[in-house]
Design a protein around this ligand. Structure first.
Ligand code: CP
Ligand code: NVA
Length: 303
């Protein structure tokens, strides 16, 4: 049966462990100049309804480095934008390519693609989840701290798609996550409940100062996600206390590190000082998108 990766919980603990060790090995080999032909003749269609820098580059480079090929498709140039049905697009594309990666406004769009596809479908970000980002984040935390078990993580800011994937990831990683967000911007309660039910350690506090207390990892993201642009002014007013700055960092563990999926808005969710400072793991995190997704593609596509 074909495997999809639409949510981080589409893999189990063992599969995540294997994927991370593959990613670390692929990273080591790339640095040693070792090249591969792990996916010869395979094509990944990358369908984007929204902008992207990292997801686009890392998937395309990843496929090339595995000996395959990636096809960039702006959804606005496809018939889907003129009303062709997802089920028809998905079945036709399944006859040409080996897998599809989709970045969509609605999570249900990606689910519908997957329902009709006969090939693996990967979520390259939806309004609700960003599982590929979490693969890179987990890999970065594991590399830096040696283990994710009971590692104290604080989320500061919007309870958004990346936050939802972080919450679900507690089930697989043993991360101990505290989310802080302004009123009205809490993560979807369904994600908190699902993680708790499956044994994940996750709690909510309103104040960012309480969330970061003794935390080893501080994670933040934009206050205005793609699709939320119409609420920008209102959000900027409400999120003022949720900037990850040096004062907030002083409340965390002295050895704490910072993650941000990027793109960042310096002076909003994070200061320039924290981004450029010694506690940032942001560039390793961005790099790890490549290695983690290569491991994922091999898992989904190799016979
Ligand atoms: N973090 C991330 O997904 O970045 P892009 O939007 O640039 O792909
Ligand atoms: N939460 C952000 C993540 C961007 C990678 C967004 O959805 O725009």
């Amino acid at each position: 049966m074909k495997k999809d990766f639409i949510s981080i919980l589409d893999i189990n603990k063992e599969e995540l462990g294997q994927l991370l060790s593959d990613a670390i090995e692929l990273k080591r080999q790339k640095k040693a100049g070792i090249t591969h032909q792990l996916l010869p003749g395979k094509t990944l269609a990358m369908i984007f309804e929204k902008s992207s820098t990292r997801t686009h580059i890392s998937f395309e480079v990843g496929m090339n480095e595995l000996g395959g090929h990636a096809l960039f498709l702006n959804a606005r140039d496809m018939q889907i934008w003129r009303g062709e049905e997802i089920r028809d697009t998905s079945r036709a594309a399944s006859r040409y390519v080996s897998a599809m990666m989709i970045r969509a406004y609605k999570h249900s769009t990606i689910e519908e693609f997957a329902r009709y596809a006969t090939i693996p479908v990967v979520n390259g970000l939806s309004d609700m989840e960003h599982p590929c980002q979490l693969l890179a984040d987990i890999m970065t935390m594991q590399e830096h701290f040696g283990s994710t078990k009971d590692l104290k993580v604080a989320w500061v800011g919007d309870g958004n798609n990346v936050c939802h994937s972080l919450i679900l990831s507690t089930v697989l990683t043993g991360l101990d996550v505290t989310v802080s967000a302004p009123k009205g911007y809490e993560p979807d309660p369904g994600y908190m409940k699902k993680a708790e039910k499956l044994g994940g350690k996750v709690k909510f506090v309103r104040e960012p100062e309480k969330a970061v207390k003794d935390a080893e990892v501080i994670v933040t993201d934009t206050w205005v996600s793609m699709g939320d642009e119409g609420e920008r002014d209102e959000r900027l007013k409400l999120f003022g206390d949720y900037t990850v700055d040096s004062d907030l960092m002083r409340l965390a563990s002295p050895s704490a590190r910072v993650l941000h999926c990027l793109p960042a808005h310096r002076g909003e969710e994070i200061t320039d000082e924290v981004m450029e400072g010694g506690q940032s793991l942001i560039w390793d995190e961005a790099e790890n998108r490549l290695h983690a997704q290569k491991a994922l593609l091999v898992r989904l596509l190799k016979k």
